[in-house]
Design a protein around this ligand. Structure first.
Ligand SMILES: C[S@@+](CC[C@H](N)C(=O)[O-])C[C@H]1O[C@@H](n2cnc3c(N)ncnc32)[C@H](O)[C@@H]1O
Length: 281
C-alpha cells in the first residue's frame, strides 16, 4: 500500500471517530436519556433540574445527570435546608454549574437564587439553568458582597468550596456571611476534610489532579471549621459526614443573634466529637 493510501485511511479513521464523538454519541445519548417534557420523569424534581440543562452542551447536561444520581448531597440537602422555612432568597457561593441551586429552585418554588463563581464558563451555564429566577456573577469568596444582590439571605450555600480559600479569606467570608444571614436564616456548608490515613482513591486522584494543575488547596479539620465558625459569631447546629464518607462533612450554622434551631447549639469541639461518634456507630 502506498504512503498516500495509508495517510488517507488514517485521516478517514480519525474523521469517522470525530464525527462519532461530536455528533453521533450526543444524539444517541439525547435519544436514550433525555427527559421528555410532560413525562413522569419531568414531574420529579430531579427530572425538572435535568430539563434546565437539556438545551445546553451535552457535556454539561450529562455532568448534571451524573451528579444528581451519584452525589449524596441531593439525598442529604433536603433535611439540612428544610427547617429554614419560607426560603425566598438564597446565596450560593461557588455555585459551579448551579446544580444545587437548581434543586433549591425546585424545592422552594417561591425562592430566587443569587450565585457566584470565579469560573466564567460555570457562571454562563448556571445563569442559563437558573433562568429568570437567578442572578449569577463572576466573583469568588471572600468577595461575596455584590451590588444588586439583596443585603440579607434566608439561606447561604457554600458547597465543596472552602479548600480554595486561605484561612484569612475563610475568616472574612464567614464574617460577611454572618452579616448577611437573616434571623432564622442559615449557612449550609459542605467541606472536604483531609483523611487521617492514606485517604480514599478519590482523595488521592484529586491530589494528583491538583499537583498537575498547580492548585494549592487549604484543607481544614472538622474542629478547625467549627471553631472558625464559632469565633465568627455563628452557632453551629450540625456537623456530620456526607454519604458516610469521613472526607466530606456538612456544617449548618446560624448567626448568633438569630432565633431558631441554632439556639443552644453545642460548642464546636463537642459537635465535632459527636460527629466522629456517629461515624463509628
Ligand atoms: C467542587 S466545585 C463545587 C461547585 C458547587 N458548589 C457544587 O457543589 O456543585 C468548586 C467550585 O468552587 C469554585 N471556586 C474556586 N474558588 C472559589 C472562590 N474563591 N470563591 C467561590 N468559589 C470558588 C470553582 O470555580 C468551582 O466551581
Amino acid at each position: 500500500m502506498s504512503p498516500h493510501a495509508i495517510i488517507l485511511i488514517l485521516c478517514l479513521g480519525v474523521g469517522v471517530a470525530l464525527v462519532g464523538i461530536a455528533i453521533v454519541m450526543p444524539a444517541l445519548l439525547r435519544t436514550c436519556l433525555a427527559v421528555k417534557a410532560g413525562s413522569d420523569a419531568a414531574q420529579d424534581w430531579r427530572g425538572r433540574v435535568q430539563l434546565r440543562y437539556q438545551n445546553l452542551r451535552t457535556y454539561h447536561w450529562m455532568f448534571v445527570r451524573f451528579k444528581l444520581r451519584r452525589d449524596p448531597m441531593f439525598l442529604e440537602l433536603p433535611d439540612l435546608v428544610q427547617a429554614a422555612a419560607n426560603v425566598r432568597t438564597i446565596l450560593d457561593v461557588g455555585c459551579g454549574y448551579g446544580v444545587a441551586g437548581c434543586a433549591m429552585l425546585e424545592w422552594f418554588p417561591q425562592a430566587a437564587i443569587y450565585a457566584m463563581d470565579p469560573d466564567t464558563a460555570r457562571v454562563g451555564v448556571a445563569a442559563s439553568a437558573f433562568g429568570e429566577r437567578g442572578q449569577v456573577v463572576q466573583a469568588g469568596a471572600p468577595h461575596i458582597v455584590v451590588p444588586g444582590f439583596p443585603p440579607h439571605f434566608d439561606l447561604i450555600l457554600m458547597l465543596d468550596v472552602i479548600h480554595y480559600i486561605s484561612d484569612a479569606e475563610f475568616k472574612l467570608t464567614l464574617e460577611r456571611i454572618c452579616d448577611r444571614l437573616d434571623a432564622g436564616g442559615r449557612l449550609v456548608l459542605r467541606a472536604v476534610i483531609p483523611p487521617s490515613g492514606l485517604g480514599s482513591k478519590l482523595w488521592n486522584l484529586e491530589q494528583i489532579r491538583q499537583r498537575i494543575i498547580g492548585l494549592r488547596a487549604y484543607y481544614r479539620t472538622v474542629d478547625q471549621i467549627c471553631q472558625r465558625m464559632v469565633e465568627t459569631g455563628l452557632k453551629v447546629s450540625c456537623a456530620k459526614c456526607s454519604g458516610g464518607n469521613p472526607e466530606s462533612y456538612w456544617f449548618v450554622a446560624q448567626a448568633e443573634s438569630s432565633t431558631g434551631i441554632g439556639q443552644g447549639a453545642m460548642p464546636s469541639g463537642q459537635l465535632a466529637a459527636q460527629a466522629q461518634n456517629q461515624e463509628h456507630d
